[in-house]
Design a protein around this ligand. Structure first.
Ligand code: B12
Length: 221
């Protein structure tokens, strides 16, 4: 395993120390070490984006699918649920108002990608509600009508859930008074197989791009 060059990837030497430990843990498929090193990095103040992008995702290049499943679970367990006070502070700094609600569409129980998205959004200071997996289209509609909900994010990996995703989008479009709520879709199947054919406000190829789009929406409304 090659160590990261902190100058090239633009992080401090201290952050590089933790990032290297995360990469090593992911490459060696050691779940407990992944959890431990992610926790250490968070406590040392390394940003969630760097932990995911420069640590976990880098380690996944070598460790493949098993690494991916373990790393996503480790992230979901160890990323601190940013406490309310810290979130509000970040909120003020970034001028966010409104809640982002995410879930995986009915019939689909893939959660790893959604969980990574949730971790990144929380680290940005966004107010996030996670509905979990196998979420009914009607549930997305019901939640979208709460006054503070501004964005609905739907994760969709399984082609057989296509009728449900189409139903959710149709319900959200019809029930969306004054274009209050934006809808973003993510998950490998969406982007590769259906792309723009699905009538959402945005499609995201990955969590980081998704958060960039949502950040833009929350700031500009
Ligand atoms: C892990 C996995 C599983 C695990 C899921 C564990 C879990 N808790 O999530 C288990 C073993 C349970 C599973 C089950 C099944 N799976 Co599966 N699974 C995978 C696998 C290997 C990885 C998916 C994954 O987690 N990727 C990693 C994450 C990080 O990537 P991601 O989800 O794309 O998310 C990223 C972005 O897309 C984005 N993102 C994701 N969601 C969202 C949402 C928003 C709003 C935004 C902005 C961004 C965003 O953020 C993430 C980070 O960048 C894929 C194959 C593959 N290599 O992709 C197959 C795959 C998705 N599974 C597949 C299948 C067929 C199944 C099963 C039907 C298998 C079976 N016969 O039982 C069942 C379905 C169960 C069900 N009802 O859902 C197929 C789907 C094919 C298709 N197009 O329909 C795939 C593609 C495998 C294949 N090549 O055939 N699976």
């Amino acid at each position: 395993m090659q160590e990261v060059n902190t100058e090239i990837i633009g992080i401090s030497e201290k952050d590089g120390y933790f990032i290297n430990k995360i990469i090593e843990a992911v490459c060696s498929l050691d779940f407990f070490s992944m959890k431990e090193t992610i926790k250490e990095a968070v406590n040392a103040g390394v940003s969630t984006i760097d932990i995911i992008k420069k640590g976990v995702l880098e380690g996944l290049e070598e460790s493949g699918e098993m690494g991916l499943i373990l790393a996503a679970e480790a992230l979901a367990e160890e990323m601190p649920n940013i406490d309310e006070e810290k979130r509000k502070k970040l909120d003020q700094e970034r001028n966010y108002s409104g809640k982002v609600v995410v879930g995986t569409i009915k019939g689909d129980i893939h959660s790893l990608g959604k969980n990574i998205l949730v971790s990144v959004m929380k680290s940005y200071g966004m107010d996030v509600m996670d509905l979990g997996v196998d979420v009914e289209p009607e549930k997305f509609l019901e939640i979208s009508q709460l006054p503070d909900v501004k964005v609905i994010g739907i994760s969709y990996l399984l082609s057989s859930a296509e009728p449900e995703i189409r139903k959710a989008l149709a319900l959200l479009k019809n029930g969306n008074q004054n274009n209050k709520v934006k809808v973003i879709l993510g998950g490998a199947a969406v982007v590769k197989e259906l792309g723009n054919e699905l009538n959402a406000d945005a499609l995201a190829p990955d969590a980081l791009k998704g958060v960039e789009i949502i950040d833009n929406w929350l700031r500009n409304q």
